[in-house]
Design a binder for this molecule. Sequence first.
Ligand SMILES: Cc1cc2nc3c(=O)[nH]c(=O)nc-3n(C[C@H](O)[C@H](O)[C@H](O)COP(=O)(O)O)c2cc1C
Length: 200
Amino acid sequence: MTKNFINLASARRTIYALGKNLKISKAEIETIIKDAVKFAPSAFNNQTVRAVLLFDKRHDELWDIVIDCLGAKIADEDAKEKFLSKIGAFQAAYGTILYFTDSSVVKQFEQQFPPYAVNFRDWSEQAQGNANYAVWLALHENGIGASLQHYNPVIDDAVRKAYTIPEHWILRAQMPFGSIEAGAGDKTFIADSERFMVLS
Ligand SMILES: Cc1cc2nc3c(=O)[nH]c(=O)nc-3n(C[C@H](O)[C@H](O)[C@H](O)COP(=O)(O)O)c2cc1C
């Protein structure tokens, strides 16, 4: 039994200390991300996930948007400083992937398959999870760290305007990625007995 996938899956972690020290080219990163999203499964193969890849100034712009949208709401000076330092760490990364769901495709499938209509929204979220995880693993396999952030829906309008995002694309997640400047801490796991039932 080969354990290549399990080794990769167990090594992938949330990396907050990200930098710009990558040896891999922008074009190669683009291919990795596009392939990982493209080959991730979706219900009825309806391919509802959309991704916007932000590099350089467009990446910086995203984290400035987060500061503009959320920073003003933080009155406490200490909390604001912590927030700015956290966002600064995301901005220090090499790039960011914005993940969207194409709601027009979700609607189209709801209308086309009435018996399953109640499921398509959940399934689009599951497709997001599949795509997010596939990219996260593929980046890790190439020595690139990442984390998964959710500043939506607070930043949705500003993001739509800044990057001319179609109205029917709904922002679901933001994934900053870059060189791994510090590893992740220990991670705990619930007992197998709580998680699994094996029956025969
Ligand atoms: C659906 C989902 C949402 C998450 N949202 C956030 C988030 O908004 N901010 C964040 O820092 N981490 C977020 N995470 C990362 C988790 O906290 C992290 O994956 C978990 O603690 C396990 O750690 P690991 O990724 O190092 O294995 C999210 C993860 C998932 C799967």
